[in-house]
Design a protein around this ligand. Structure first.
Ligand SMILES: Cc1cc2nc3c(=O)[nH]c(=O)nc-3n(C[C@H](O)[C@H](O)[C@H](O)COP(=O)(O)OP(=O)(O)OC[C@H]3O[C@@H](n4cnc5c(N)ncnc54)[C@H](O)[C@@H]3O)c2cc1C
Length: 468
C-alpha cells in the first residue's frame, strides 16, 4: 500500500517538473503507463477494491494523459493563458476525483464482499442469555450457524445487567456489613468507599465473564461469531454492517431474534437538555454521588437505590405509581419499601415529575405530589423508567414481522413471529416473563420445535444470579 501510494505521488510530482517529458513532448508513454497503473492500484487498494480495477483505471488515465493530454493541455495554455503547471494540477485533480467517483460507484454496485460463508442453516441475532446458548446448541445439532453481535458477547446480562450490578451490590453489602460490624461485636471503624476500586472490580469480572463466553462461542464447531449490526434485507436475508462500516449480506433458512432492550428515555420537560445517568452509565461513575435522585421504582431503580445508599449516598426514589415494583403483589412491594426506608432511602410515591433542570452541579425536579407542587434537589439523576426493545434496529418491515404498539415482537407459544422460520426470544418479544437465567433452557424448547433429537443433558445448576 505504502509503495503504491509513494509511486502514485512521485508520478504526480514528476509530472510538474519543467523537464517532465510530457510537458515538452508526448514522450515517456511506457513510464506514464507504469506509473498510471500503480497510481490507479493505490486508489483501488485505498478504496478496498481489487487491484485489477485500479490498474485498469490507471492504465486508461495514463494513456489518455499521454496521447491526448499533451495536445489538449497545450491548447488550453494558449486559450486560457494559465501557466502549464496550474493546468497540470487541475488535470490531476479531475483525474483523481473521477477515479474515486468511479471506484465508489462500482463499489456500491458490487455485491458486498464477505470473508464468511454467506448462507447458513440458522442465524441468531444478538448474543444475550438466550442467543448465545441457542447458537451453540443449534451448531451442536449439526446446523451451520452464525451468531451476529453488534457489541459485546453476553448481551445485557453479562455486560450491563446482572453481572456488573451484582458485583457492585456485593461491594455495597460489604460496606453495609462493615457499618454494622459493631452489632456483631466486630470493630472495624467507619468504611471509606473507593469508587475507582469498586468500578475496576466490576469491569474485571465483566471482562472475565465476557471473554469466557466469547471463547466458548469461538471454540464451538459449526458456529461463526460475526461482529456487526444486523437488519433484515428480506424475509430470508440480513444485512450486517461491521465496525469498519463494511456491509455483508447473509441468508439463512431460519432466524432467531435475540436483540434485547435498552434503557427508555421518558418524555419529560427539560430532560433532554441535561446530562443524566442510565443503568449502564451509573456503573461507570468514578466518585460516589452525594445525593442520587432516581426516577422509577422498578427493580433497576431499587437495586441501584439500595446499592448507592449502602455505599454512602443520600438516595431519593421518585415513583409515579402508588407502590414500588408495580408488577409484584402489593404486600411484597410494601415489604421491599420498608426495607429500603430502614436503610434511609426516601421514597416518594404517586409523584409525577413535571420538570427537570440543572443549575450548576445540582439537578432540580419539580414534582406533583398529592395535588401539590414540590421541589427535590440532588447531585445526580438516574433515569430508570423502563426499557424499550431494540426491534427498531432490525428493519423488521423488510421481513414482515409484527410488533405490538411498544415495539415488542409478537410471537405465538412456539416463539414464532408473524413470518415463518423467524423466531423471537428473550426481552425483545412481547410479554417477556421468563427469568433471564431460564433462557438457557430455550435450546431444548427449539430442539422440540425444530424436531431435533436433543441428546445433550439439560442445563445444570440453579438459576440464581450469584453475588460475585
Ligand atoms: C441493570 C440491570 C440489571 C439486571 N439484573 C438482572 C438480574 O439480576 N437477574 C435477571 O434475571 N435479569 C436481570 N436483568 C435483565 C437481563 O439483563 C435481561 O432480561 C437479559 O439480559 C435479556 O436477555 P436477552 O437475551 O433477551 O437480550 P440481551 O441480553 O439484551 O442481548 C441482546 C444482544 O443483542 C445485541 N443486539 C441488539 N440489536 C442488535 C442488532 N441489530 N444486531 C446485532 N446485535 C444486536 C445487543 O448488543 C445485545 O448484546 C437486568 C437488566 C439490567 C439492565
Amino acid at each position: 500500500m505504502a509503495l503504491f501510494t509513494l509511486a502514485a505521488l512521485s508520478e504526480l510530482i514528476a509530472d510538474k517538473l519543467p523537464t517532465a517529458p510530457n510537458r515538452t513532448a508526448p514522450l515517456g508513454l511506457g513510464a506514464r503507463v507504469a506509473f498510471g497503473l500503480l497510481c490507479g492500484a493505490a486508489i483501488a487498494i485505498a478504496s478496498h477494491q481489487q487491484v485489477w480495477l485500479g490498474a485498469l483505471l490507471g492504465l486508461c488515465g495514463s494513456m489518455a494523459g499521454s496521447f491526448g493530454g499533451f495536445q489538449a493541455r497545450g491548447r488550453l495554455v494558449k486559450a486560457l493563458k494559465w501557466p502549464d503547471l496550474v493546468i497540470a494540477l487541475v488535470e490531476d485533480a479531475v483525474a483523481i476525483g473521477g477515479a474515486f467517483f468511479v471506484v465508489t460507484r462500482f463499489k456500491r454496485m458490487t455485491p458486498p464482499k464477505s470473508t464468511s460463508q454467506s448462507h447458513y442453516d440458522a442465524i441468531v441475532i444478538g448474543s444475550g442469555q438466550a442467543g448465545t446458548p441457542l447458537s451453540q446448541a443449534l451448531a451442536s445439532f449439526g446446523m451451520h450457524t452464525a451468531l451476529i453481535e453488534r457489541e459485546h458477547v453476553g448481551g445485557t446480562c453479562i455486560n450491563e445487567g446482572c453481572t456488573p450490578t451484582k458485583t457492585m451490590v456485593a461491594s455495597g453489602r460489604v460496606a453495609y456489613l462493615a457499618r454494622r460490624a459493631a452489632d456483631y461485636g466486630v470493630h472495624v471503624g467507619s468504611p471509606k468507599i473507593d469508587m475507582l476500586r469498586v468500578r475496576k472490580r466490576k469491569r474485571d469480572i465483566v471482562n472475565l465473564f465476557r471473554g469466557g463466553s466469547q471463547r466458548r462461542v469461538e471454540r464451538t464447531a459449526n458456529l461463526e461469531l460475526i461482529f456487526g449490526q444486523a437488519e433484515f434485507a428480506s424475509p430470508n436475508s440480513i444485512l450486517v454492517r461491521d465496525k469498519k462500516r463494511q456491509e455483508h449480506i447473509f441468508t439463512a433458512d431460519r432466524f432467531f431474534l435475540n436483540a434485547g432492550c435498552r434503557p427508555a428515555v421518558p418524555n419529560l420537560s427539560g430532560l433532554k437538555d441535561i446530562s443524566f445517568l442510565d443503568s449502564t452509565s451509573i456503573m461507570e461513575l468514578n466518585a460516589l454521588p452525594e445525593h442520587l435522585l432516581i426516577l422509577g421504582g422498578g427493580y433497576i431503580g431499587l437495586e441501584f437505590g439500595q446499592l448507592f445508599r449502602r455505599l454512602g449516598s443520600k438516595v431519593t426514589i421518585v415513583q409515579s405509581g402508588p407502590t414500588l415494583l408495580t408488577r409484584e403483589d402489593p404486600d411484597v412491594a410494601e415489604a421491599v419499601a420498608e426495607i429500603l426506608k430502614e436503610d434511609g432511602i426516601q421514597i416518594l410515591l404517586d409523584a409525577r415529575v413535571e420538570k427537570v433542570a440543572r443549575h450548576g452541579n445540582r439537578v432540580h425536579l419539580k414534582i406533583r405530589l398529592g395535588g401539590k407542587m414540590r421541589s427535590v434537589e440532588g447531585s445526580h439523576l438516574l433515569v430508570a423508567t423502563g426499557r424499550i426493545p431494540n426491534s427498531d434496529t432490525l428493519n423488521l418491515s423488510a421481513a414482515r414481522i409484527d410488533t405490538d404498539e411498544r415495539g415488542f415482537i409478537r410471537v405465538n407459544e412456539r416463539l414464532e413471529t408473524s413470518t415463518p422460520n423467524i423466531y423471537a426470544l428473550g426481552d425483545i418479544k412481547r410479554r417477556s416473563c421468563i427469568h433471564t437465567h431460564l433462557l438457557r433452557r430455550l435450546p431444548h424448547h427449539f430442539a422440540r420445535i425444530l424436531s431435533i433429537r436433543d441428546t445433550r443433558p439439560p442445563p445444570a445448576g440453579s438459576f440464581h444470579t450469584r453475588f460475585h
